[in-house]
Design a protein around this ligand. Structure first.
Ligand SMILES: *[C@@H]1O[C@H](CO)[C@@H](O)[C@H](O)[C@H]1NC(C)=O
Ligand SMILES: *[C@@H]1O[C@H](CO)[C@@H](O)[C@H](O)[C@H]1NC(C)=O
Ligand SMILES: [Cu+2]
Length: 316
């Protein structure tokens, strides 16, 4: 006879659900939708995901595409994620996107993810402040190719320093259809799980001791001014500064030199030289191939291009 899971254990779990927070409500422009409308509903209330190797890191526990509705957003337009309770754990908040091979509602998030923004810390007088808010707004990159995407927001809570504490990921995904965009190839992209490691300085850091600099985990931030295939720097420690570009640019391959990108970087992905590299190189863990991928396929030395699935090959 099968052993029955004690119900006591289950009810204990339920009663342990304490108030954390969750990104639960989406707005497009000034239109604010109902809670969980266009945002994938999760099954763990407002608790975090802590396992770095879990597919729950993509869109949260139980958020596997049962939301059938997808909202249309014009490239360049503003979106907002509202929380049930404002973020109150220190750590960066980041925005990611991943293009669905078909409908966003059918997509499991197994393809490549690129990052479009980080809210990192500001350091001043030996201490850091984080942008802990009840809502976070940004704009869909105006050069982004049309189609269905998952739009993912993540608060990485590092208030209980590793390894005694385990950083917590508060994540939600919205299902969007981008229209009026360009033809940029965003990158670098990463897989989730895989993008975050317990060796990342931004994961293991103790924010209470000698905390003077911070590198937000994950790939470099991509924007319409940065190439999808060259190493780019991360505007990590900037204040919230949504792109206000309204240019619905004409189709233009993302080969722009990174010389005009923001230089408020806290990351030194590549020495910033004044000369443009002759050949492209994808950093380790970056995307180097996959269906629809048109970026660089040369992996940094010490890594080689390995097929993860039909949509994604990664330098490993
Ligand atoms: C994830 O890591 C934990 C801890 O190392 C391990 O117990 C678990 O089996 C792993 N799960 C997967 C899906 O690899
Ligand atoms: C701070 O900078 C040092 C030197 O570049 C680096 O080794 C360290 O990983 C950084 N810390 C964080 C938390 O990013
Ligand atoms: Cu919490």
């Amino acid at each position: 006879m099968k052993k029955i899971t004690p119900l006591a254990a289950l009810s204990l779990t339920v009663s342990q659900v304490s108030a954390h927070y969750i990104f639960q409500q989406l707005s497009i422009g000034s239109a604010k939708y109902a809670v969980e409308k266009y945002i994938r509903a999760n099954s763990n209330f407002n608790q975090p995901v802590v396992e770095l190797n879990s597919t729950d890191l993509r869109c949260n526990v139980g958020a596997n595409g049962k939301v059938t509705d997808t909202v249309t957003v014009k490239a360049g337009d503003k979106f907002t994620f509202d929380l049930d309770t404002p973020v109150y754990h220190q750590g960066p908040v980041s925005l990611y996107m991943s293009k669905a091979p078909g409908a966003a509602s059918d997509y499991d998030g197994s393809g490549g993810w690129f990052k479009i923004y980080d809210w990192g810390p500001s350091f001043s007088g030996g201490s850091a402040t984080w942008n802990m808010a009840g809502s976070y707004s940004y704009n869909i990159p105006s050069c982004l190719a049309n189609g269905d995407y998952l739009l993912r927001i993540q608060s990485l809570a590092i208030h209980n320093p590793w390894p005694a504490g385990i950083p917590q990921f508060y994540v939600s995904c919205a299902q969007i259809t981008v229209t009026g965009g360009g033809s940029a190839a965003p990158g670098p992209t990463v897989l989730i799980p895989g993008a975050f490691k317990d060796t990342d300085p931004g994961y293991t850091v103790n924010i209470y001791t000698n905390f003077n600099n911070y590198t937000v985990p994950g790939p470099a931030v991509w924007s319409c001014g940065s190439s999808g295939s060259n190493p780019v720097t991360t505007p990590g420690a900037t204040t919230a500064q949504p792109s206000t570009s309204t240019s619905t640019s004409t189709a233009k391959p993302a080969t722009t030199s990174s010389s005009t990108t923001l230089s408020t970087s806290t990351r030194s992905a590549a020495p910033s030289t004044t000369t443009t590299p002759v050949t492209c190189v994808v950093a380790k863990y970056g995307q180097c191939g996959g269906s629809g991928y048109i970026g660089c396929t040369v992996c940094a030395s010490g890594s080689s291009c390995s097929v993860s699935n039909a949509y994604y090959s990664q330098c490993l």
